[in-house]
Design a protein around this ligand. Sequence first.
Ligand code: NAP
Length: 272
Amino acid sequence: MSVLTTSSSSRTLKIGVVGFGPFGQFLAKTMIKQGHILQATSRSDHSQLCHHLGISFFREEREFIEADNDVILICTSILSLSQVLNNLPLHFLKRPTLIAEVLSVKEHPRNVLLQVVPEDMDLLCTHPMFGPESGKNGWQDLTFVYDKVRIRDEATCSSFLHIFQSEGCKMLEMSCEEHDKIAARSQFLTHTIGRTLSEMEIESTSMNTKGFETLVQLKESSVSDSFDLFSGLFIYNRFAMKELQNLELALEKVKQKLQQKMEEQSSNESKL
Ligand code: NAP
């Protein structure tokens, strides 16, 4: 793992976003603000919003692919990645292009991209560790993880990374495997506890402690992401199942400790 601290050179990029959902839109706004040229394609028709933002929207995937992008940025859901990539006619790309992605798991997109992307295209796997809620007031000090899976055109890759670096992100280069290991024990665990609290229907009360307020916020931020995103964190991260089991075991242990203490207490009281 290494932290990128030096400033790198940058140029204006033509970026084609595949998957114009909440996260694709969120990234696109900052990229446009920085002066990059954006194009997009998606399953649903986002043409009105794109028009409003100054983005060309393509319904035809082949036209999108032939629209001369420097970077194709995959922002689709984890669950739909294979289907979306298999439908994208990447062999019609006219020149070597950087294929980048932002999925919240990393080994899965790396493996799929290595299978379907033509050999002369560069590959960059990334995970911005923030979203529309946590990044709504800017990206300063938020973490951006990346793995240069196959990079020959360093200038384009560096210009793309500069988008995040120049907003003040903490740039962390690490392998996709290392990312998934750490993310299972941090991000997946966070979402799982947030979703569990939501199943319990916890709500703010008139006598909240600070700790409980944190739980309510966690519940609200977890359910603001789609269930597709949450289930993708589990299905496509091979380390997530173990963490789910650890969580169940830990809850069982805490329960046993409480029951044991309750029995001790009641036996002490019966001796009085
Ligand atoms: P999401 O529910 O994970 O993905 C929504 C996107 O996936 C939309 O563009 C949607 O297209 C597309 N999609 C879903 N099912 C599809 C299908 N069957 N066929 C084709 N396209 C399909 O929500 P998101 O928050 O926008 O996340 C997008 C990606 O960014 C995910 O991979 C996620 O892991 C990653 N990410 C999200 C965050 C975050 O905070 N939200 C942070 C970092 C990374 P349409 O809109 O056209 O229907």
